[in-house]
Design a protein. Structure first.
Length: 324
């Protein structure tokens, strides 16, 4: 049987842009921290593994009702500019190697559960000249509203038009780990609610060359921050707004203005934090005896704070051996 040239070309194109994969290195890992509670966060584990190279394929599979592990192979350009791909429950979206992700767009998770976003590069809606305040377009790298059990791990997030990570409207049971969060104004916000619900673990992230929200927690019931490295931050670092509680452990602040700040009703407890060439306000312990103990909820390991400036940047962000 002979195929026409047109049909053969079409089949080759389809095979090159969408592959149902059998293997995916380190794609079936499960979350730690608060994302490990409430039934755990497994993403698309147990579902099909598919590989996408085009935006329409990513949109299709991210919106599917079935559990899926979606491998993004290469950089996908979002259209229209600033488009945030809607992601439904029980998905793992993971980059193939260290150079995959989405450019000029991001991801939107609204009223969903059990989602993992890993090993991706997300950037490109800030042009370097306008929209530094994020008022001209709500272009987030990852926006999560009213959702539960979310794990954001090993990504490189930078230069977006609004926020890099926004956890909003009572989003709960979240872990944000091993990300590079960089070159941005409003880096990582938690809140947009009058309720005190959210429980978030933030560990082993490299924040650098940012301005504010590193992170800012408002409506954050429990925020556990450990093994994080903050460098060259001009606005403020960790901020407990409203009635939020922050437990900040083994974190290293270098060239940071206002490294740790509590609002009038915020509560902060610190354990083994290091400051180098920092200025402004440093609220080490504010109503510390009323702050939660993370060990009551899960096990975790604290690094040596003096190793953080080397180890955290080395381990953060997308890696070549993941998703392949």
């Amino acid at each position: 049987m002979h195929l026409t040239n047109t049909l053969a070309s079409a089949l080759l194109l389809a095979a090159s842009t969408l592959v149902e994969a059998q293997d995916c290195a380190k794609c079936d890992l499960e979350a730690h921290g608060f994302a490990s509670l409430n039934g755990g966060t497994t993403g698309g584990k147990g579902g099909r593994i598919v590989t996408v190279k085009k935006l329409d394929q990513l949109v299709k599979y991210a919106a599917a009702t079935e559990p899926l592990i979606i491998r993004i192979d290469g950089m996908i350009k979002a259209k229209p500019f600033g488009f945030e791909v809607p992601v439904k429950s029980h998905k793992t979206i993971i980059g193939v190697g260290a150079r995959s992700g989405i450019h000029e767009g991001g991801f939107n998770i609204n009223s969903q559960k059990n989602i993992i976003i890993r090993n991706l590069n997300v950037h490109g809606t800030y042009d370097g000249k306008t929209n530094w305040a994020g008022k001209e377009g709500d272009f987030d790298a990852i926006q999560v509203d009213n959702s539960t059990n979310i794990w954001i791990d090993g990504n490189h997030l930078s230069e977006m038009g609004d926020g890099l990570i926004d956890l909003r409207k009572d989003t709960d049971y979240v872990t944000v780990s091993k990300n590079v969060i960089a070159k941005h104004n409003k880096a990582f916000g938690i809140g947009w609610t009058q309720n005190l619900v959210s429980k978030v673990t933030i560990n082993d992230n490299f924040f650098h060359s940012t301005n504010v929200r590193n992170p800012s927690g408002d409506g954050l019931k429990y925020g556990h921050l450990y093994n994080n490295y903050y460098r060259n931050i001009t606005g403020y670092g960790n901020y407990a707004r409203g009635h939020s509680q922050l437990l900040i452990e083994t974190s290293y602040f270098e060239d940071v203005f206002d490294p740790i700040v509590a609002g009038p009703h915020g509560r902060i407890k610190t354990n083994w934090v290091k400051f180098k060439r920092c200025d402004g306000e440093i609220h080490l312990d504010v109503n510390a005896d009323t702050v939660f103990q993370a060990s009551d909820f899960y096990n975790y390991t604290l690094a040596d704070v003096y190793d953080i400036p080397v180890d955290v940047p080395y381990n953060a962000g997308p890696k070549e051996d993941i998703g392949v």
